[in-house]
Design a protein around this ligand. Sequence first.
Ligand code: ATP
Ligand code: MG
Length: 142
Amino acid sequence: MSEQVTRTFAIIKPDAVRAGNAGNIIQRINDHGFKIVAMKLIHMSRPVAEGFYAVHRERPFFGELVEFMTSGPSVVLGLEKANAQPAWRDLMGPTDATKAPKGTIRGDFGTSMGENATHGSDSPENALIELSYFFNATEFVA
Ligand code: ATP
Ligand code: MG
């Protein structure tokens, strides 16, 4: 049961793509045994970013977050592994990149609380919702 292979949703955010770190982050995804089951480069529109982060709409940083997420291209991915959702959050490290340990993706590639290189779903249920927000059924490999 605890070893069940599941999917989670990830974003390589605009700061990391802009800095040329998308390849390094994809390498880590591979090295840690995730299977990439969907992937594309997108430049989020304002409505797409606002819809994705709608849960944070009332937070003081919402405007800044939407500006950031629409500031350039990002890579959206579907990842598969045993317990993929917590496994990907562990590999990313904590939200604030200035506090994230070296060796985590945010610790190595993020620069601040806002510009923290990657996103990961916060529950298995939200992973499925977020995957279907960005990918059609036909965009997943078997
Ligand atoms: P994500 O959802 O992107 O994986 P998270 O789950 O670790 O990150 P959330 O609390 O969901 O953290 O916040 C979503 C995103 O909003 C953060 O990743 C960060 O980019 C931004 N953010 C969160 N708190 C702040 C803040 N205090 N100031 C600026 N940006 C923030
Ligand atoms: Mg979150």
